[in-house]
Ligand binder design. Structure first.
Ligand SMILES: [Zn+2]
Length: 127
């Protein structure tokens, strides 16, 4: 996957999801550099600054760019909700806060995967 290919897909989903207020950067990196382990893409964002960096694994070829961009842009669509939910954990004890933050990111991941699959299936039916 090339940076240009990923950037084009990120711009596509940014427009389709009406996320134009975000200032986005893309990068292509070695898979080993991505967190969490075994992921092929990730997004790091700043909700208040409306900036985000979307990274994809160089080794991921073929139509990986479309799917990675879709997945990470779905995370960005949920960013305000995740950020708000995470702020609500501030008053918890450190242990409870850790559990709550894990639960929030786990549930966000489930929603993102569900939407990603549905959208890819819908696109496949149209092709
Ligand atoms: Zn994810």
């Amino acid at each position: 996957m090339t940076k240009g290919r990923l950037a084009a897909q990120v711009r596509r989903w940014q427009k389709l999801f009406r996320l134009q207020e975000w200032n986005l950067e893309t990068d292509v990196v070695e898979r080993a550099e991505l967190e969490p382990k075994h992921s092929v893409g990730n997004v790091i964002y700043n909700v208040r600054g409306r900036t985000a960096m979307i990274a994809g694994a160089r080794e991921d070829g073929g139509d990986g760019a479309e799917r990675i961009a879709l997945h990470e842009m779905l995370h960005l669509t949920l960013a305000d909700l995740v950020d708000f939910a995470t702020q609500l954990t501030d008053h918890l004890s450190p242990d409870a806060q850790c559990l709550a933050e894990d639960a929030i990111s786990h549930e966000a991941e489930r929603v993102v995967q569900r939407l990603e699959r549905g959208i890819m299936d819908a696109l496949g039916e149209r092709r």
